[in-house]
Design a protein around this ligand. Structure first.
Ligand SMILES: Nc1ncnc2c1ncn2[C@@H]1O[C@H](COP(=O)(O)OP(=O)(O)OP(=O)(O)O)[C@@H](O)[C@H]1O
Length: 249
């Protein structure tokens, strides 16, 4: 994806200003920066999640595979299917584990037979590192009956079910414990072999552990983007250096 000179306004308030970056296949790109600097707003631009939000105005361009994502020929539901979304707070549907995963594939008509659907649900749960823990109660347990970390991995499995190219994760480890966090981070690194991942994180350690590249946002601007080690050890911008050095934020 190519994002160029992206600005976003919530009514009169400008939340993003001339943001430009690329997203490459099979990379983890982390958005970091102080609270309110526009990370989530930028994430939501990628899958057109602001569509239909009253008062939001977007300028600049976003292209995916060389095509303008706002072109009238683009079908928004089909476009959005190319993205999986994982939120900070695990939010499984109040239905069985199996239904949580099957839902997306069903509404998009992705599986032809019930055998295909069974295999797909298993595959998504395996890829989300959850299969062994839930395989004996796929229909008996609700998604909401699982632990917080398991619920978050279920949300990843649900996101994988629509066969997305890109996973957008908004502080996915922000509300789970350290052991569950380690498992989710390991999962994200595994998933990047098939997906590009953009992750918003408040944890500098997490960005260091899992990201290939890091983008530093500051008051709506993307001040610096580069390989993770460069941003943490040799940032060009003084504000980036101060933030990753823990001086503020
Ligand atoms: N729906 C909205 N309407 C009006 N202003 C909004 C809306 N959503 C976000 N904002 C404002 O836009 C700015 C950027 O918010 P955003 O949530 O993108 O920041 P963030 O970097 O993700 O913050 P945090 O790290 O706290 O989640 C903030 O000033 C926020 O108050």
């Amino acid at each position: 994806m190519q994002v160029r000179d992206l600005s976003l306004f919530y009514g009169a308030k400008q939340a993003l200003e001339d943001v430009s970056f690329d997203l490459f296949p099979r990379e983890i790109l982390a958005f970091i920066g102080p609270s309110g600097c526009g990370k989530t707003t930028a994430l939501k631009c990628l899958n057109r999640m602001h569509d239909g939000t009253r008062g939001v105005r977007i300028e600049g361009s976003i292209e995916m595979d060389g095509r303008d994502i706002h072109h009238p020929d683009i079908d928004p539901p089909l476009y959005r299917r190319r993205f999986g979304w994982v939120a900070q707070k695990p939010n499984p549907f109040p239905s069985s584990i199996w239904q949580n995963v099957a839902y997306g594939a069903r509404i998009h008509g992705l599986m032809n037979t019930s055998a295909d659907m069974e295999a797909h649900v298993e595959d998504c749960l395996r890829r989300a590192f959850l299969w062994d823990e839930v395989k004996d109660h796929l229909h008996k347990k609700q998604g909401t009956d699982l632990s917080g970390g398991q619920q978050q991995r279920l949300c990843v499995a649900r996101a994988l079910a629509t066969q997305p190219d890109v996973l957008l994760m908004d502080e996915p480890t922000g509300s789970i414990d350290p052991i569950a966090t380690a498992k989710l981070e390991e999962l994200m690194v595994e998933l990047k072999s098939n997906h590009a991942i953009v992750v918003v994180t408040h944890s500098m350690m997490e960005a260091r552990r899992i990201a290939d590249r890091v983008a530093y946002f500051h008051m709506g601007k993307l001040l610096e983007i580069g390989p993770t080690q460069m941003i943490f050890d040799h940032a060009q911008n003084a504000k980036t250096r101060a933030f990753v050095g823990g001086e503020f934020g």
